[in-house]
Every structure is written in structure tokens, then in C-alpha cells.
Write a protein that binds this ligand. Structure first.
Ligand code: NDP
Length: 495
């Protein structure tokens, strides 16, 4: 096993004096709050970033508003699409640099960084670029009475909401930011990104590439800092919409403060406790392989990933044995080693949280495989499979956001909708079966924003994504994003 070499430009970039990207300029930041960026693979501080002051947040908001009503408003939809496509090209051209930076900050396996933070980001951007020229309203004929031959016509216009604050988590900092950037810029909005304090620097590089792609200054600003910087953005009168991805507790606060600020529009993509149900006819080998792949991708730190696995009681022993055999063969190690399958958790608080869950599992559950944090300086834990200790097991209700799959036996397929829906969350669910008729009957009964059949976790730009219940409000992707990033204006004309 051996690690890939970091590019010299990645080493140089890490040593920069990092702060913000405001009005087309990289800034080192004027505040005295320094936030260390820690490599979760070894616990070493690899960079420092400056937390934004109130005046830097103010500057970013004013710059975004100026760009919104200035140069960006004069940029045609076709030109906006061209810029998004050029940015996609530049993300690919600088892909290895971006992937290495993100792996250094988040512990994401280098192949995943290449595939998602680079490859998927470029793909989503190109999808949104195509939408820029296709955002349109409707025409209507009102039925007002005509007294003297006058006639009426009416139309709707889709107008950009204005300045969007995009507040993003640490698990896929580039790709999730790109979802917000593509939607905001395709519709004619401007965007201020607030990265997570744990993954703050790759988005500064992205902002530089956006300028190189031809984006006017101020259309994309990035301000760094902890949650209080996000809170200041939400309350700022120039911010018209907040697009937040993160945890449920923070999402609740974000929603409340956006409403209280100015009835500010808000989209919330929050957590999940996603269920996967193996029907009695399922191909168990394929289901176990699919759930390991999607449940442990980025060490389970994916909002859409499965955490609860429902297995027919007659197949429980066979399924648990197959999980144990598959997990036993997984190699754990540095995310810069291309041959490794499982890397570290993304940061110390996340490691502590998952370690506490594992300690509780060792005490309360039958641990089928894994179950332990690993000693050493990095934030590693074992991929874990548990058996639920009863219907009230916390592992059926609390999101671990880690590599912990909890298996639960069931007796009748008819019980599955009630079992799956017994959750505060409703982000994703999956059904594993070759019986299409049964799958189609179950799908309408399942409370989730996305239901998969014989797959889980995959996201595509053409398919709307978002949660119900405590998993959030609003949808990204498809054409669904247009409602969230535009206001509908009605125009009535007498002639
Ligand atoms: P958090 O909710 O802790 O943080 C998300 C972002 O919000 C960070 O940038 C954070 O900044 C910022 N923030 C924190 N407090 C406030 C505040 N009061 N006002 C405004 N912004 C604030 O989530 P995590 O970063 O820990 O991400 C993990 C969570 O995200 C999981 O629960 C996961 O399920 C969810 N998630 C959901 C996804 C979805 O699409 N549904 C996708 C990915 C993750 P800072 O970190 O600097 O404190």
C-alpha cells in the first residue's frame, strides 16, 4: 500500500494565508479568529483560515447585491450558460488539485474526491448550464368583460430571487456548493457561499476558477468562519434566499432565523435515517454488495445513505453472515492510498460522535462486525454492522452519519411501510426485489423524498432530490430548483 504524491501546487496552496473571496479578490482576512484545518487522516494541522468579521460579511453581501443588479443582470442567459460550462471545464482541468485538497481536508478517499467533487461537480454544472436558456413563464387570456372592445392578455415571468446565501456542510463541500451555484447562476441569482469550518479552502480555489471562467466579480463570494458567520448572512437584509444543507438542529435554527429576518426564502436539505428493505425474493448477494457500497461510501457520511436494513426473518442469518464476510475483507487506511477501501471520518467531533455510538452499540447490541474506533492519530473507525436490539433501538431513530448499518428482522412485507415510516426523517429509502409489482405497490406508501429500487444513494441532476418530514423542505435538481430560485411575477395588459 502506498500513498499518491501531493502535487507541488497543492502543497503551495495549503500554505497560503486563507480567508475569503469577495468581489473577485482572494483575501487573507482582517479578523483575529484563526481556524485550523486538520487532516483527519493523521490529525495534523495543514492550513489555517481566517474567520470573517461582521464588516467582511457586510462587504460580501453588498458586493453580491451590486453584481445582481449590475453586470450579472446584463449577462444574457446564453452567456450565463457559457460561463457555467467553462467553469465545468476548468474544474476538470484542475481536477487533481481540487481532489487532493478536498481529500486533505475531509478524509474523503482520493478516488471519491475525483469522482464526486470533480467529476460529478462538472456534470451537475453542465446540466444547470443547459437550463439557463430554458427558464420561462406562461401566457394566459383573462376573462375580464370587454365594454368598449378592449382586450386583455397576461403572462408570468420567472425572475431571479436575488442574493442567495449557500450554507454548506463538510461531507461534499465542492459538489454540494456546485448544486447551489448551478441553480443560483442559471436563474440569474448571485451566490455567497459559507463553507463548513472543517472544509473551508477548496471553495476559495473554486471561486478563483469561476473568475477565470468569466464570472463577473461579486457573482460568487465565499466567506469563511464558524456558524455565526452563517447566522449573520441569514439575517442580512440583502440576502433574499438561504439554501442550507446540514443537520436537522442547525436547519431548524436556520429556518427560524430566515423567517424572522425578513420572511427570507429558505431551502433546507437536512439529515436522514434512511431505510433499505430486502423483500423475501431479493438477491441477497446483490443487496448486501449494494448496501455496503452505498452505506459505507465516504465512511457513511452521506445524507442519502442507508442506515436501517430490514431483512425477512427467514433470511436473517444468511444476510448477516454475508454482511460479515463482505465487511471483513475491507481495507482501512489512508485516503491518499488508491488501493484502500475505507478511510477516516472527516473531523474530530464526528469521530467522537461516532465513537460514542459504537460504545453504546458494544454495550446494547449484538455487533455483527466492526464496532470499534481505531487507535492512532487519525480519525478511523471500523465499518460496522449491528443487529437491532428491539423496535425502540436508538439505531433505528438517530442519524449516526457514520458507517453503522443496523439490521432489523421483519415478518410480513405488509409491515414494511409502517416500519420504514416510523421515523422523524424522510429523505431516502430503498426496496430490494425482483418483484416489480410488489415494489410499485410499496412505493406510494413510503414517506421519503426519494425511493430507490435495487439501488440506494445515487443522485442524478435530472432527478429532483430533497426530503420530507424532518429531512427538509424544497428540492434541488431536475426542473424543481426553478421554483426555489425564482419569484413568479404576473403581468396583466389591457390593449
Ligand atoms: P451542520 O448543520 O453542523 O453545519 C452545516 C453548515 O451550517 C456549516 O457550514 C456550519 O458551519 C453552518 N452553521 C452552523 N450553525 C449555524 C447557524 N446557527 N446558522 C447558520 N449556519 C450555521 O452540519 P454538518 O456540517 O455537521 O453536516 C452534517 C449534517 O448534514 C448531517 O446531519 C447530514 O445528514 C446533513 N447533510 C444533509 C444533506 C442533504 O442533502 N439532505 C447532504 C449532506 C449533509 P460550521 O461547520 O462552520 O459550524
Amino acid at each position: 500500500m502506498s500513498e499518491i504524491q501531493l502535487l507541488p501546487k497543492v502543497r503551495q496552496y495549503l500554505q497560503r494565508d486563507h480567508g475569503h473571496f469577495i468581489d473577485g479578490q482572494y483575501r487573507s482576512g482582517s479578523g483575529d479568529k484563526r481556524i485550523p484545518v486538520v487532516n483527519p487522516a493523521n490529525g495534523e494541522v495543514i492550513a489555517q483560515v481566517n474567520g470573517a468579521t461582521a464588516s467582511e460579511v457586510e462587504e460580501a453581501c453588498l458586493s453580491s447585491r451590486r453584481a445582481f443588479s449590475g453586470e450579472w443582470a446584463q449577462t444574457s442567459p446564453y452567456q450565463r450558460g457559457l460561463i457555467l460550462n467553462r467553469l465545468a471545464d476548468l474544474i476538470e482541468a484542475n481536477g487533481e488539485e481540487l481532489a487532493q485538497l478536498e481529500t486533505q481536508c475531509s478524509g474523503k478517499h482520493i478516488q471519491l474526491s475525483r469522482m464526486f467533487e470533480v467529476g460529478q461537480s462538472a456534470m451537475f454544472l453542465r446540466y444547470y448550464a443547459g437550463w439557463a436558456t430554458k427558464i420561462s413563464g406562461e401566457t394566459m387570456t383573462p376573462s375580464f368583460p370587454s365594454m368598449a372592445g378592449e382586450q386583455y392578455t397576461a403572462m408570468t415571468r420567472r425572475e431571479p430571487v436575488g442574493v442567495v446565501a449557500g450554507i454548506v456542510p463538510w461531507n461534499f463541500s465542492v459538489m454540494i456548493s456546485i448544486w447551489k451555484l448551478g441553480a443560483a447562476l442559471a436563474t440569474g441569482c448571485t451566490l455567497i457561499l459559507k463553507p463548513s469550518e472543517f472544509t473551508p479552502i477548496t471553495l476559495l480555489r473554486l471561486a478563483e476558477l469561476a473568475i477565470e471562467a468569466g464570472l463577473p466579480a461579486g457573482v460568487l463570494n465565499v466567506v469563511n468562519g464558524t456558524g455565526e458567520v452563517g447566522a449573520q448572512l441569514i439575517e442580512h437584509p440583502k440576502v433574499a434566499k438561504v439554501s442550507f444543507t446540514g443537520s436537522v438542529p442547525t436547519g431548524l435554527k436556520v429556518g427560524q432565523s430566515a423567517m424572522a429576518a425578513n420572511l427570507t426564502r429558505v431551502t433546507l436539505e437536512l439529515g436522514g435515517k434512511n431505510a433499505a428493505a430486502l423483500l423475501p425474493d431479493a438477491d441477497i448477494d446483490a443487496a448486501v454488495a449494494g448496501l455496503i457500497q452505498t452505506g459505507y461510501v465516504h465512511q457513511g457520511q452521506v445524507c442519502a445513505s442507508p442506515e436501517r436494513i430490514y431483512v425477512h426473518r427467514s433470511q436473517l442469518d444468511e444476510t448477516l453472515a454475508k454482511f460479515a464476510a463482505a465487511v471483513k475483507g475491507m481495507s482501512i487506511g489512508s485516503p491518499l492510498d488508491e488501493s484502500v477501501q475505507f478511510g477516516p471520518l472527516a473531523n474530530k467531533p464526528q469521530f467522537d460522535k461516532v465513537s460514542q455510538f459504537l460504545a453504546a452499540a458494544r454495550h446494547d447490541n449484538q455487533v455483527i462486525c466492526g464496532g470499534n474506533p481505531l487507535a492512532g492519530s487519525g480519525f478511523y473507525v471500523e465499518p460496522t454492522v449491528l443487529l437491532a436490539n428491539g423496535p425502540q433501538d436508538r439505531f433505528l431513530y438517530e442519524e449516526t452519519f457514520g458507517p453503522i448499518l443496523c439490521v432489523v428482522p421483519y415478518d410480513e412485507v405488509d409491515e414494511l411501510p409502517a416500519l420504514i415510516n416510523d421515523s422523524p426523517f424522510g429523505l431516502t429509502a430503498s426496496i430490494w426485489t425482483n418483484d416489480l409489482s410488489r415494489a410499485l405497490r410499496l412505493i406510494p406508501q413510503i414517506e421519503a423524498g426519494t425511493v430507490y429500487v435495487n439501488m440506494h444513494t445515487f443522485l442524478d441532476p435530472s432527478v429532483p432530490f430533497g426530503g420530507i418530514k424532518a429531512s427538509g423542505m424544497g428540492r434541488e435538481f431536475g426542473s424543481a430548483f426553478i421554483d426555489d430560485y425564482t419569484e413568479l411575477k404576473s403581468v396583466l395588459i389591457r390593449y
